[in-house]
Structures are given as structure tokens and as C-alpha cells.
Design a protein around this ligand. Sequence first.
Ligand SMILES: [Zn+2]
Length: 451
Amino acid sequence: MQGLFPMQSRALRRHLLAPLFLVLTLLSAPLAVTGQGTSFNPALPLTHVDNGPNSAWAESQHYVVLVSLDGFRWDYAARDNATHLLAIAKAGVWAPQGMWPSYPSLTFPNHYTLVTGLYPEHHGIVANNFRDPERNARYSMYDKQATNDGSWYSGVPLWSLAESQGMRTACLLWVACEAKIAGFLPSYYATYDGKTQATPEAEQARIDNALALLHLPAADRPHFIAIYFSEPDHTSHEFGPDARETRAAALRMDALVGKLRAALATTGLPIDLVVVSDHGMAKSQGGWINLDQFADLSAFLTVGDLLYGKTEEDRDRVYNQLKHVSSQFIVYRRKDVPAGLNYNQNPREGDPVIVATGPFPIRAHAPAAGETSHPPNLGMHGFDPHLLPEMKASFFAAGPDLRQGKTVAPFDNVNLYPWMAHLLGLNPPKTDGSLNILSGTLRDDGVAPEK
Ligand SMILES: [Zn+2]
């Protein structure tokens, strides 16, 4: 699409001279944003990928800032009186009964669903950690080589969609930010570092960097910015969803959202702010359930509770061994997993497939002798949200394109993609989501303007 739009000669000259990859700034000076100069917070260095300037059309479009608060359960805002999120609800739209995460209600599958509009089995990230039997390889959220390898991901992330249609984007620690997918990397992205990303400095840096990006000249300014925060997930795993510590973490994230919203307002730009979470949290019950106490898994490859049988005979045998041994899980041959879970088509899901019937910690094997064994976390997620409504996620949004004080009933999170594409004026591909579901929140009722 880029070639369809005339490039300004100044921009063209600069883009011919610029190196392809350029670490923008690592200035030690504190953030300073003026009309001319822009500097980024050094606590979160950004990489710039030269996808060219915004097209003239893209420059005329509005902005979307998408924020995820990991594990921010649907009811926390009202429960803990998260004033900044509730203010967004009042000024715009929200889902007071929450948003349905996709199954499994885990971080990597759902973050990638939010930006592709595809159920996990259609975008390929079916768990945080899984195997691909066909390529005989393992994907793990802890393995940078895998997470940065675009060949694991299907679908068209919203940033790639925008980039392909002449619009610049930025991605601050969202799942898959650093992988080239559907032909593109975001124009600006931050590198995830699990050791430093949750420090107060790195959290503040996401706000500072978003603001600095929005002060770039119009040709370079991203119109879509995705921002990920890892709390309150971590705290609620450790202390459980109802703990004082979790409430404090939820309110700390709410305060960050308030700071971001105030900062965005200073830009004077037409920005729709969307705040979501990937999933909720339940208090776990009981100790580990080790599937190998019921079935001989010696011929299986396993990851967590995912079971990869090598032969049809093995798969059928283990299915029968696990069939009636516990009320805490149901075992299915993959093809028979209920359609509502959207989890029966992708070989990465393994076969047979285990679905917990409650907040029960399940794994294939106990740790081998010599490996440390940790008790299950107090807080857990990943479960069927229709069985455990504690899995429901949050949704808040406000901005110039959204109605005021509108509430929506729980909806599948795949529907955010066509809705955000509409806010940005992009033409989305066909996905599992539909614009109809949320069109009532839009001032234009979802009617696309003539291009
Ligand atoms: Zn988690």
C-alpha cells in the first residue's frame, strides 16, 4: 500500500539515508518533550523500524492507545473503586459484567487474540507453552527465540494491518511485538525484559514513551500504540484474587491508567483510549493433580497439561485411562472438545485434551527427582470462562469516536479487533470477530466513511 501514497521529498531523503534498524534514543537526560525535540524514557529503550512515513490518508486518521492490565479481573474496578477506570467508563463505554476471554484463559493466547480477532486455535498460540507436533518444536513464552519468530504466529496483528495500509504503529511489550508477522514489525517497539519490565521506572516509561511518540512529527507519529502491564497478575498469583496485596496492585495499575489518560489529554490529539485485560483470576483449590498417576504417559511428549501422543493407539489408550478417574477434569479426544471452547482443530492443542472442571491445578507429570517442586499458586487462571466466570476480563474505552456512558453485555474478546480497526479507519481481514457486536458503542454506529 505504501507505494500508493506520495512521499514527501524530505521524508524520502531521510528514509533513504536512515539505517533500517535504529535504536532511537538512549539519552540519560530525563524525558523532555518540546515542540521540536522528543526524547524517550531510557528505562524502556525503543527500536525504530523504518516502515516509511504515515501516508497522507493515515495522517488524517484518529489514534488508538490500547492498554492491557494482565489479570485485571472484570469485577476489580467496581470492587476496589478504581476511580480512573470508572471515570473512563463514565466518559465512554465499558463492560460492567466483563468480557469473555478466549479459551484457554491464559496471557499469551489472549493477548494475541486481542490484536488479531482470532481464537487461539486459529492464530496458533494455543497456550503460553506448547509443542507443534508437525514442526517437532516447542514454543515457550520464556524462549525469546520462539516468541520473536514470526513463523509461530498466524493472523494479521493490528499493527501489521495498520503498517500494511500506510499507518505507523508502536508496540510496548505486548505479546508478539518483536516478531515480524504478516510482513511487518511495528514502526516502534520495546524489547521485553522479564527482570526489569515490572519496575516502577519501566512502568512509568511506558507512559512517557507513549507521550513522546505522540509528539513526533505527523509523518512519523504512530496512530496505534499497544501497551502491556504485567500487574495485577503477578501479585494475584502469589496472594490470591481477594488479598489485600492484590487490591493494592489493582489500584496501583488504576493510578497508572489515570496518569496515562491525563498525559494523552495534553496532546490535543483525537485519541480513543482502550483499557482491557487478558483474563481474570480464581483462587486455586487443592494440590497438584498429576495426570501420570492415572495414565502411562511414558510414550507422550508433554508440556504442562498438554499431551502429545505419537500414535493413534497411544492417544486412545490414554484417553480411556483418564476418562472416568476424576471429577476435577474432563478428558476429550481433541476432535470432540465442545465447539464453544474453540479448541478442537489445532494439533498444537495435543490429543487427548484435558479441560478442568474447576480451579484445579493440573499437569502431566510431577517434577522429576532433583527438580524443585512448587505448590500451586494461590491464584490461577486458564480455565473455561463459562464454567468459571472469575476468568472474565475487563473492558473500558473512551474517546472522540465513542459514545458516552454506554455499557455492553459480556462479549467475546475476538470482537475488539474489527472494532479497533474501525476506530483507525483500517480495512480488516475476515476474522472470528464481528463489528456488529460493539457497533452500538460507536458514534458513527460502525458505518465506514467513504474513502
Ligand atoms: Zn497469570
